[in-house]
Write a protein that binds this ligand. Sequence first.
Ligand code: 5GP
Ligand code: ZN
Length: 111
Amino acid sequence: MCIFCDIVSGKAPSRKVYEDEQVIAFKDIYPQAPVHILIVPKKHIASVVEVSDEDGPLLVDIVTAAKKIAEQQGVAKRGFRLVANNGPDGGQTVNHLHFHLLAGDVMGRMC
Ligand code: 5GP
Ligand code: ZN
């Protein structure tokens, strides 16, 4: 049972902004920036640690989706941040791989 699998299957609602064969993207329920989109593979992969060699094309699709969403949201030129939190120390709270696309403000440095 996973909330993002429920969103992928349509069992749970979301404010969808993008979808293709392998990926869905929707607005984060608790936005941390003026634009805060979650990019989620339809396949359940728990985190970056669970990614395997066969997921290569899927990762290309995720990055391509990020580019398209940034253009669609009008933030491609000014820029955005793409973040995947992993594991407890990384602050991951949903154990289904996802990338946060954050934009619309100048991001503080993280490192
Ligand atoms: P994480 O903390 O794992 O990096 O990111 C999980 C994100 O999912 C959080 O930013 C949280 O606000 C968002 N989130 C959790 N549950 C839901 C939900 O049911 N719908 C949506 N749209 N976002 C959710
Ligand atoms: Zn899942």
